[in-house]
Design a binder for this molecule. Structure first.
Ligand code: TYD
Ligand code: MG
Length: 453
């Protein structure tokens, strides 16, 4: 067994034993177990394969070669990957258990097996279970090679022997290296195993997909550190109770970030949804108070998402809860609503939810959130066919959202007829079927809505 040492996450200092406090920078609880490297040759050896000595060159003289991509056969997955799998790229796919990571990858691996050598390493399920899933997905006669193994050294040997072009590790949390004593899934193991696999990917030119589970807090169990090691980070979103799943690119060295792929979980696996703009709307017979539809722009495509709010009398310390939206931002918006529009939710519980399990990070959701809250508080529904978007600032101003016209056109296409938007987003030419109210301030927006009801 290789010697282990403990390395501080903050300062990189090392110590032979684990300590609660780093002896170098005095930070607490920052020592992780790592493989000790014999001074000198090993570290050099590790990097030699990566960077065969290259001369220093002038940037303008280097030919800008675009990377070659192999489409996975899943259009929505290719969209988030930036066009397909890149040789030697390392992709991390995170998500809640049961959301469909293994299903999506098995489908992708099967499609890729027609054009390249693929290896599916499973540490969570047996070969028989994978076979059962493949059967369910209708992948008879698939050429996917499967290895049920959790020991890193054996996996590495299998990759050397099989020489795949594409390899899936399902999941990184089950893999352990013999060189470390800590349990599989611990930060040290996950980090070391991911680093070894990344090295293997780069030296062999084999694309590697690491599956990672997400803990309750939303961080990948233990290692956010993985995000730095890999080339692309994808996260699954969505409510396991609904059939829709989003795959979002958080980081991508080979494509755009914040691009999303939309899938529907069916009896026969995940199917791409090519026109997803209306899937996050719930259907109300009559407009209900506390609901406002938002046009959000995710990656290249606009999505219509219903924001729901419930304001109800609370106790001495009222609760503010949000699902799919940022809670701190909600607290800020409530303060803006109070100060600038004179609408107080001081002694009220406030709950907001983005329908369908979608997570919305863009501030353009502010206006819809505030109008939904206001509607719930007053018990008044917004008119039928109403949409809103726009960022709300601390001074009560409504700021424009990027690509506002596109959002309005998408809403009009789906039959929405009234919009309240930031002044700078008001269309130059009227959009057919859509009445647009442009506002500068939050109180104007509330006034405009009152005039509509
Ligand atoms: P899975 O891919 O095992 O999730 P993960 O690897 O992210 O933990 O997904 C399992 C869920 O998907 C499970 O609840 C069953 C469902 N499912 C379908 O609805 N249809 C299918 O064809 C398959 C294979 C799974
Ligand atoms: Mg799985």
């Amino acid at each position: 067994m290789a010697k282990t040492t403990y390395t501080c996450r903050e300062c990189g200092g090392t110590n032979a034993k684990w300590l609660g406090q780093c002896p170098h920078c005095k930070a607490w609880n920052t020592l992780d177990e790592t493989v000790a490297e014999p001074a000198g040759h090993t570290r050099n050896g590790r990097f030699q394969a990566l960077a065969r000595s290259q001369p220093v060159a002038t940037l303008s003289e280097i030919a800008a070669a675009d990377v070659a991509r192999t489409p996975t056969g899943q259009e929505e997955l290719d969209r988030v990957l930036g066009g397909g799998i890149v040789e030697g790229a390392v992709v991390l796919i995170g998500g809640d258990p049961g959301i469909g990571k293994s299903t999506l990858l098995l489908q992708a691996v099967d499609a890729l097996s027609a054009q390249m050598k693929v290896l599916y390493v499973t540490g969570e399920e047996s070969g028989a279970q994978i076979a059962l899933r493949a059967h369910r997905l209708g992948l008879a006669g698939t050429r996917v090679r499967v290895l049920a193994e959790i020991q890193l050294e054996k996996i590495a040997a299998a990759i050397e022997a099989e020489a795949p072009d594409f390899c899936v590790i399902d999941s990184i949390q089950t893999v352990y290296s013999e060189q470390l004593t800590s349990a599989p899934g611990s930060v040290a193991q996950v980090r070391e195993c991911a680093a070894q696999l990344t090295r293997l990917a780069k030296t062999r030119g084999c694309a590697v997909v690491l599956v990672g589970h997400v803990t309750k807090e939303g961080a990948l169990a233990g290692p956010r550190v993985l995000e730095h090691i890999v080339d692309t980070v994808l996260y699954f979103e969505g409510d396991t109770h609904s059939s829709f799943r989003l795959v979002r690119a958080i980081k991508n060295r080979f494509g755009a970030v914040n691009e999303i792929g939309v899938f529907a979980m069916t009896e026969r696996g995940l199917k791409g949804v090519s026109n997803p703009s209306a899937i996050f709307l719930s259907t109300h017979g009559e407009p209900v108070p506390g609901s406002c539809v938002l046009v959000t722009l995710e990656g290249t495509r606009p999505l219509l998402v219903e924001i729901q709010a419930l304001v109800d009398s609370g106790g001495p310390s009222p609760r503010r809860l949000s699902v799919g939206l940022d809670r701190d931002r909600l607290a800020m918006l409530l303060a803006v609503l109070h100060r600038h529009a004179g609408v107080s939710c001081m002694d009220q519980d406030v709950f907001v939810n983005a329908v369908g399990g979608v997570r919305i990070a863009e501030p353009a959701a502010d206006l819809a959130v505030l109008l939904a809250i206001h509607g719930s508080l007053r018990g008044r529904a917004l008119p039928r066919g109403f949409i809103a978007y726009g960022e709300v600032g601390l001074a009560g101003e409504v700021r424009p959202a990027p690509r506002g016209q596109e959002r309005l056109r998408e809403a009009a296409k789906l039959g929405f007829s009234v919009a309240v938007v930031p002044r700078a987003n008001a269309p130059k030419k009227p959009i057919e079927g859509l009445t647009v109210h442009a506002v500068d301030r939050i109180e104007e927006a509330i006034e405009a809505v009152r005039g509509l009801a």
